[in-house]
Design a protein around this ligand. Sequence first.
Ligand code: F6R
Length: 248
Amino acid sequence: VPANVFDTAKIASKYAADEIASLIRDKAAKGEQAVLGLATGSTPTQLYDELVRMHKEEGLSFENVVTFNLDEYYPMEPDSIHSYVHFMHEYLFDHVDIKEENIHIPDGTLDREDVYDFCQKYEEKIDALGGLDIQILGIGRTGHVGFNEPGSSINSKTRLIALDSLTILDAASGFFGVENVPRRAITMGVGTIMKADRIFLMAWGEGKAKIVQKAIEGDITSQIPATFLQKHENVEFLLDDASSAELT
Ligand code: F6R
């Protein structure tokens, strides 16, 4: 499985942004839509900065872009500062010309009994558009991709999950205390992610070095869902020096 090690996260993010921009422009030239799977968190912020810069300075248009976010906390109000809806608007959507109706993010406000239907429809919408062209991923210290925590199967689909205690701990500072972190989330499944044509998993910093090594070089196991990516034909692990330090 190819690991692509860059000097800095910024240079790696520039690489991912260039690939996404080429996809968007190629699709636009054919009169088609580009379908992107997007992540939140600290990892993709420089990627979004670069896409915004390309929009402002190079005329990169998002008119033909459709997005599906990986996940959202549950329960979560969209106008909360903690929501992934808020995050995506702050870092990307408010600064480009994407159409509001082309943005999809799991709905953290649903009643429990409506979640299953919502998740089915999320899958159907992705499929109806011909699937995700590029999926962006970060990786959690549990080895999660999206919020597919240890125990998630390779065929899992969009669903409500319970967050791992380590994931809750890692989110605590952003929520001003562990007790404020939602215990659940709606996430695309591993199977949803695996259907993407192309996957970029990005990871920066020494804190990710151990899990990155396991994800890329370890045995494939549902205990580390990121290891399932080894089975994907078109996955690239975009790393910086620090996150690649444990690779053999
Ligand atoms: C976010 C997501 C998560 C994060 C992962 C890493 O939408 O699906 O899998 O990518 O938890 O988070 P950061 O980037 O904050 O280290």
